[in-house]
Design a protein around this ligand. Structure first.
Ligand SMILES: Nc1ncnc2c1ncn2[C@@H]1O[C@H](COP(=O)(O)OP(=O)(O)OP(=O)(O)O)[C@@H](O)[C@H]1O
Ligand SMILES: [Mg+2]
Length: 360
């Protein structure tokens, strides 16, 4: 069963010296990414060292003692209903590797959640504007308006548009490049998106960010503004090694900017059934990331590839097909995971507010 979502920490040099993170020798956690990035490494930090400075991942994988040590509490006093108050769940779909299925997952997952009677807002943070093109003919100035709204705090609400498939959208386009340029001279710019989305009315159950194929300020902002990270991985061998970097960013953001950020999961995408290569890659992912890998995999399907041309998620475009089936399963699995994680997150939030109050 899925356990409390793993908190990820970067390894320390000291840990590397004695063969384990923070002195936890033989930790399978370290092997999680080391194993991926070193082509099946042995879970030791020697393997990690071979990663040419890439971060390893500490993957707690259901070990309660470690989870406690790292401040993740499974137990939660369900009597405290105020802590169960749910805000919008914010999910960053991110992986700096290009073409792995980020946009497809952001759009099709959003549409599948709508089918489950959830209200979903999709915020396109990729200046390629793929999600925006998919769901509507975007406004000419969409990217510039989005950049202004984030940088100058003028509010995201006027940018929300309804789309034909029930998902609400904040669109973008190449003019969003202005955000990258201006953010460079704006201290703390990576926090501005969080401020902007927190100012939105809580009209949605989910806010999903589609991120660009880069570890740029837009991706960092998405992680800072999110409760959860979802990482789609194309099931190809060359997709594995770059994973170390997105998880390094995850660990840094979690440590410095957004302690509440959790891993929703790693999603195997574009899985070609029956090919040995895909099977091996999925196995490798499961070996390395354990239960963090969604049980659902997204199979390669022509219909999924066609859906953008029809302005719909695949669940509407081809309701009875493989892609619809997979994205529905993903939506169900994700909701189940998040429901399990909410108590732990509420506890963290409570601890943080106690700390803030104590510090005056
Ligand atoms: N399950 C699938 N079956 C078939 N084609 C798919 C599937 N998932 C994605 N694709 C196709 O793969 C290509 C890349 O997908 P997508 O645009 O979602 O990736 P991305 O990670 O968002 O790319 P980028 O990094 O450029 O933003 C698209 O042509 C898309 O239609
Ligand atoms: Mg994309």
């Amino acid at each position: 069963m899925w356990r409390s979502l793993p908190r990820v920490s970067p390894p320390t040099d000291a840990g590397a010296a004695d063969g384990g993170i923070d002195g936890i020798a033989g930790n399978q956690v370290v092997g999680a990414v080391a194993g991926v990035a070193t082509k099946g490494g042995n879970g030791s930090l020697a393997g990690y060292g071979a990663m040419r400075g890439y971060a390893a991942i500490e993957y707690i994988a259901g070990k309660k003692s470690l989870a406690t040590r790292f401040g993740i509490c499974d137990a939660f006093d369900s009597k405290d209903s105020s802590l169960r108050r749910r805000a919008v769940q914010r999910i960053a779909v991110a992986n700096h590797k290009g073409g792995v299925g980020k946009t497809t997952t952001a759009v099709c997952l959003a549409a599948a959640l709508v089918e489950r009677d959830k209200r979903v807002l999709l915020l396109d943070l990729d200046e390629q504007g793929s999600a925006s093109d998919w769901l509507m003919n975007q406004r000419e100035r969409a990217g510039a308006e989005l950049a202004t709204a984030i940088l100058h705090g003028t509010g995201l609400s006027p940018l929300v548009q309804e789309t034909g498939c029930g998902v609400d959208l904040i669109a973008t386009n190449e003019l969003f490049h202005a955000f990258h340029v201006e953010a460079q001279s704006e201290p703390g710019a990576e926090q501005l998106l969080r401020d902007a989305v927190e100012a939105l009315e809580p009209r949605w159950h989910y806010l999903i960010f589609d991120s660009p194929p880069s570890l740029n300020i837009a991706t960092v902002s998405a992680l800072v503004a999110s409760d959860f990270l979802l990482v789609p991985v194309e099931t190809k061998f060359l997709s594995l090694r770059p994973l170390a970097r997105i998880f390094q960013l995850f660990a840094s953001v979690q440590k410095r900017l957004n302690p509440e950020l959790r891993l929703a999961g790693v999603l195997a995408s574009k899985v070609r059934g029956g090919t040995r290569h895909c099977t091996e890659v999925v196995e490798r992912l499961r070996k390395s990331f354990g239960e963090a890998v969604f049980k659902t995999v997204i199979r390669d399907s022509i219909r999924v590839g066609e859906a953008p041309g029809h302005g719909k998620g695949v669940t509407l475009y081809d309701p009875g097909g493989l892609g619809a089936c997979d994205y529905r399963a993903l939506a169900a699995e994700l909701e189940a995971r998040l429901a399990e994680e909410l108590p732990a997150k509420a506890r963290l939030r409570k601890n943080a507010s106690i700390k803030r109050a104590a510090n005056g």
